[in-house]
Design a protein around this ligand. Structure first.
Ligand code: NAP
Length: 250
């Protein structure tokens, strides 16, 4: 278990479940939980207050560089290097009207930009600002929440241009990071993670056709992914793994 884990996108869904699991799985580890509006993240706030000696709650919007700089300054002042970063924030649809495209004619510049801003550029900016605060001489992990639909080799259905492409591009970023960071952080492992289909707000409009046995709760998915993280080997850096530990093809 990491001494210090930072979970980004922790207000709800998988991010919130990761924070819960990390608190439960080790009595000593410290969790830095970030979300874009701590005031409205009531469950997370309650959790942070209940475990105030171990959980630090900070505001971070992946599209707001000033918030990333502020988080970096606060984490630096805490004085303990980060062992694990879980980049969770992601978008598939939004109350503002973002919808995964069924066909080419649904594609728009605005929706493509929104997918890339949050799913691709966001996690990269998080790493850019926080990597200087990560452990250098011990095992350290960067885990970016990817998705199987970002696999080019596995794309059999088409559609969802923006979401798919934003996750494929995120996978490329994970691979590129793994190469560069190996030089400065020899024990660093960077991976993408596919959680399966998880019952969260993100999947809700699309999960009715999913076999209930294959629809995980956020807690189940977070538990499985933490087990995958725990078993990662240095030579597996740069790859994408599913919840059951199998590698997801590019
Ligand atoms: N659920 C699935 O079946 C599934 C499958 C494959 C991959 N994934 C991936 O897993 C990750 C987590 O998904 P989820 O199902 O937990 O989704 P979710 O329940 O919809 O949660 C999305 C999270 O992203 C945060 N977020 C959105 N925009 C943000 C921004 N600009 N800055 C910071 N945080 C932002 C949200 O914060 P607010 O509360 O502030 O909106 C929320 O915490 C995503 O990357 C998703 O693509 C999920």
């Amino acid at each position: 278990m990491p001494d210090v884990a930072l979970v980004q996108g922790a207000s709800r869904g998988l991010g919130l479940a990761f924070v819960r699991r990390l608190i439960l799985q080790s009595a000593s580890s410290r969790v830095i939980a970030t979300c874009r509006d701590p005031n409205s993240a009531l469950v997370l706030r309650e959790l942070a207050e209940l475990h105030s000696e171990r959980v630090t709650l900070l505001r971070l919007d992946v599209t707001d560089i000033a918030s990333l700089q502020a988080v970096a300054a606060t984490v630096s002042a805490l004085g303990s290097p980060i062992d694990l970063i879980i980049n969770c924030a992601g978008v598939l649809h939004s109350p503002e009207g973002l919808r995964p495209e069924k066909r080419l004619q649904d594609v728009s510049v605005d929706s493509l930009e929104e997918y890339f801003r949050i799913n691709t550029i966001g996690p990269l900016m998080v790493i850019k600002h926080l990597v200087p605060l990560m452990t250098k001489r011990r095992r350290a992990i960067i885990a970016n929440l990817s998705a199987r639909v970002g696999s080019i080799g596995d794309n059999r259905l088409g559609g969802w241009y923006g979401y798919r492409a934003s996750k494929s591009a995120q996978n490329m970023i994970t691979k590129t990071l793994s190469i560069e960071l190996k030089r400065t952080h020899p024990e660093m492992i960077c991976v993408g993670l596919h959680p399966g289909t998880v019952a969260t707000e993100l999947s809700a409009p699309f999960s009715s056709r999913v076999d209930p046995a294959k629809l995980f709760s956020p807690e189940e998915a977070a538990t499985k992914l933490l087990a995958v993280i725990e078993k990662l080997k240095p030579e597996e850096t740069g790859k994408v793994f599913a919840h059951d530990g199998t590698e997801v093809p590019w």
